[in-house]
Design a protein around this ligand. Sequence first.
Ligand code: HEC
Ligand code: HEC
Length: 253
Amino acid sequence: MKRAGSLAGMATLALLALAGCDLPGKPKAGPEVPRPEEVLAFETLYAANCAGCHGAHGQDGAATNLANPKYQALVDDGSMREVIAKGMKGTLMPAFAQENGGMLTDAQIDALVQGMRANWRRPDAFGGETPPPYKATHAGNAEKGQAVYAIACARCHGPSAQQRGEAGSILDGSFLALINEQTVRTTVIPGRPDIGEPDWRGHIPGRAMTDDEITDVSAWLMSQRPANPGQPYPAVSTAAEKPGEKQASALKH
Ligand code: HEC
Ligand code: HEC
């Protein structure tokens, strides 16, 4: 599937980002070149650190559509800052803050958040309507989420991993292994105009999705995440696996 493939390509980019150490014998930069941690221009910071995954202008990348004004209207500064500083568990979003092993200072992370706001936020992105909140307020019910998938997602993404819809399967194990519940929320509520994902009002014909439906469908999708992504024979044990662990992982299926 196209989306899964491009997400996997980001793993390579993440590794390249880590490999930025000095080589022995490499001449030191001249005084006219600013030290990397002194760069505070949004365009430079975004191009060097983010564009490879999120797209040159915050769109058409493998990772989410940051330039979508509806995404910018949905997410608060604190949540954005936290994701950039600490990364996003369960996805390929790296941690950028120096205290978390990244290369950006607090001032640079602030410059990125402010730059995204200045370039991509638009007043009244939702036309006066109030979207469900950015973060889920309670755990989702996966069983109810399966029924939500059938009415809100299946017409485009297909009823099962085997029967794919026109938009490609999001039930593919290799794809699910690269996203988390927040990714589903962030895709469904503001939509992704760059790839043709509608916002929360365009999934179910005739009405908007409710907050609970979005929470439940996110939980159900993540419950379909395979224990051993990319492994077609989940029952085969590895040498390191203890017998108890094997039973526990077999029970998850
Ligand atoms: C190696 C690829 C990669 C790089 C580089 C990267 N991101 Fe991400 N980012 C991801 C992935 C994957 C996700 C989670 C899945 C998704 O949202 O598509 C994500 C998620 C995010 C989110 C949260 C989206 C949400 O759900 O609210 C923000 C904000 C973000 N990235 C900003 C940035 C910024 C700013 C930079 C540059 C400093 C950056 N990212 C660099 C891959 C990357
Ligand atoms: C009107 C059609 C349509 C409906 C309904 C729809 N989607 Fe999508 N969705 C798309 C398209 C088009 C893409 C882009 C597919 C691609 O690039 O392979 C997409 C992509 C996605 C992605 C991948 C985003 C990424 O990071 O690559 C996720 C996650 C997703 N949809 C979730 C959902 C969920 C959950 C539902 C049900 C609540 C849903 N979609 C309903 C059209 C739809």
